[in-house]
Design a protein around this ligand. Structure first.
Ligand code: B12
Length: 225
């Protein structure tokens, strides 16, 4: 059994203590590595068990709730001097998959950013209201379900009209699977995973970030699939 599969079984039991012990026994200790190499594959494994009817919807919900708790426990403690920039992180309207977004939020905080993390499903009008008053440097969007993609275009277009032109980051399960560039606008950057996100944040700190500098390796367009 891999570490991720062991963690998946602890999450499926809803056993926070066992899940925590499994994370502590993992050889890598940096938060991004734990997110990327352990928690993400564990949740994806749970998705596979669900898809193949080896677990029930209730099992999957319990695992999700346990993972969420563990993530809160792992989250970086917000620094008082969060001056690197301001990022708001949200899921498209209707999008319920927020665990990855929560990990991205933690990475921004760890790199000294002030963040506002909105969890699942934030309608565009409310996202715009906050963006207009809070004036973030970055807006991070998460998308996991293909039928939410038309909304992605609406969001990126609306955000590209904002004063101050915040950089719009697109993340989530679909970025590693499809070419999402047709759903972006000016100032959109597509990030495939957390290591790429971490590099992007570090690059931003050194003044190297420009909109659209990071593009995904070409992959089939979702429109063609
Ligand atoms: C848990 C789960 C749920 C939970 C979500 C709870 C939650 N709080 O997130 C619930 C029960 C709500 C759910 C519902 C549904 N789900 Co679901 N779900 C999953 C599952 C098992 C795990 C998701 C997860 O947490 N993955 C781990 C995270 C960490 O990975 P990630 O999201 O890709 O994020 C990583 C990166 O993408 C990145 N990232 C993510 N966001 C962002 C944002 C930014 C800005 C950045 C920089 C980076 C970034 O960081 C993360 C770190 O590695 C997946 C299986 C899978 N393969 O992922 C299915 C899965 C995604 N779900 C699926 C489906 C079908 C559904 C439903 C339609 C089921 C239904 N019939 O109701 C609904 C749709 C709900 C909706 N409207 O959104 C399918 C999608 C298949 C498809 N072809 O589209 C999957 C693949 C399961 C499967 N194998 O069938 N689901």
């Amino acid at each position: 059994m891999t570490h991720a599969e062991t963690l998946a079984s602890c999450l499926l039991e809803g056993d926070v203590d066992k899940a925590w012990a499994c994370i502590r026994n993992y050889p890598e200790t940096a938060r991004p590595a734990i997110y990327h190499n352990l928690l993400t594959p564990a949740m994806r494994h749970i998705g596979h068990l669900w898809e193949t009817n080896e677990i029930t919807v209730a099992d999957e919900h319990l695992a999700t709730a346990t993972c969420d708790f563990v993530l809160s426990k792992l989250s970086f403690n917000r620094r008082k001097d969060s001056t690197a920039g301001k990022a708001m992180l949200l899921c498209l309207d209707g999008e319920q998959h927020y665990l990855g977004l929560k990990m991205a939020d933690s990475l921004f905080q760890e790199q000294g950013w002030e963040t506002r993390y909105f969890g699942p499903s934030l309608p565009l009008e409310y996202a715009l209201q906050t963006a207009e008053s809070w004036k973030p440097d970055v807006i991070g969007l998460s998308v996991s379900i293909v039928y939410h993609l038309p909304k992605l275009k609406e969001y990126t277009e609306a955000f590209s009209q904002l004063p101050g032109s915040p950089t719009v980051l697109i993340g989530g399960r679909l970025t590693g699977m499809y070419d999402l560039r047709p759903y972006g606008s000016a100032n959109t950057v597509i990030l495939q995973d957390l290591p790429e996100t971490e590099r992007w944040i570090q690059n931003y700190a050194t003044g190297g970030q420009q909109s659209g500098t990071i593009n995904p390796t070409p992959s089939p367009s979702v429109l063609e699939s």
